[in-house]
Design a protein. Sequence first.
Length: 171
Amino acid sequence: EKPASYEAWFLKTPNSRIGWQYILTNKTNFFDHFFRLGFNQNTGQLRYYTEQANNVRKAWVTDEDYANGKWHHVVATREEDKAQVYVDSVLVKEEEAMSGNLGGGETNWNIAQDGNTDGYLIGAVDEVRIYKKALTLEEIKQNFESQGLSVEPTAKLSLTWGRIKAAQSYR
């Protein structure tokens, strides 16, 4: 029932349209309420999926294929039963979503994986954010256009930290 926004930068590797792949999900099993944002099975289309108890769900996909090896900014919003997906600050899909609890504050969140033992994203995810409100188009554009953080894989803190740790372990 509460509004929310889910935001991330992603890069989906070309020719990686294998199985279900996820950017962000709080699914731990099929008996709880959950949200998923990822890619439709065997495609590069983004998939927005909400489910509640008793297998009540809403799922839909975008029209475009994003498995192109380029970085994209995605924001999925939900307010009551209305959901929207923006890619690179452009509204690409608006549909009906579950209006009830999606378990956001009650479960763990998984990035680039489905929460079980598969569903790993073939690509990269960066700068994931979860908001307790539906972002406006102006806020989405501001985040998309911001210059403060790098989205190039060679400039990531985790890679830099990994190199520092590797260099230190050999001394």
